[in-house]
Design a binder for this molecule. Sequence first.
Ligand SMILES: CN1CCC[C@H](Cn2ccc3ccc(-c4n[nH]c(N)c4C#N)cc32)C1
Length: 239
Amino acid sequence: MRLDYLSIFPAYFDVLDISLVGKAAINGLVEIHAHDLRDWTHDRHRTVDDTPCGGGAGMVMKPDPWGEAFDEIIGTESDPSVHVIFPAPSGTPFTQSAAAELSSAQRIVFCCGRYEGIDHRVIDYARSMWTVHEVSLGDYVLNGGEVAALAITEAVVRLVPGFMGNPESLAEESFSAGQDGLLEYPLFTRPVSWRGLDVPEVLMSGHHGRIASWRRDESVRLTRERRPDLTDSDSSGIH
Ligand SMILES: CN1CCC[C@H](Cn2ccc3ccc(-c4n[nH]c(N)c4C#N)cc32)C1
């Protein structure tokens, strides 16, 4: 899997060399390339923004640098196997199932906007050439797309076959299919007693049936408390 990041702050992606994603890069599972969008400007000030047509606050990212960057990084041929991701507050909420789908992609290009956003013709052009995803990390406003690109990268790469040392652990995570769409149960480890707080006895019983039942009950309880929206979904085990 090749991952490209287009941003006016490419240093955001230096962190990928440190994290788990860095290990995947070393193992050859993923190839990471960060690019400075300003490398595709031609004026002395390396300008990437301009005032919004129709007025309004802030600045909008000009289409020209993006188009020239696309030509060089992706090419000028249409290819639906290339996935181009535009993080944006107006995007579709990014989910675990979207991460799972993207984990089989061979090429993902993240377009990280800044200012008030990117000229919409950039997205329209990308849609005419590649498979485009306009996604949102959540219902809050960030200053740009970089943090979202990092979060999406981690969510996707950890699902790439061969990345996780113990793929079985993926099955029990919140939001994974194996978890019935429920939140993860509380976790405990040694010491059994810590500052007057004890591990639930059932977890020390060695009785696998009771442990599984306790964990399921806890997942149902937490999901009802914190994510009632998940309890109505078909995939959840709660109805
Ligand atoms: C005041 N304005 C409002 C519009 C957005 C401006 C900042 N910005 C520019 C590009 C850009 C990309 C993503 C996000 C973003 N925010 N929240 C999320 N979940 C996102 C995601 N994915 C934010 C962004 C700030």
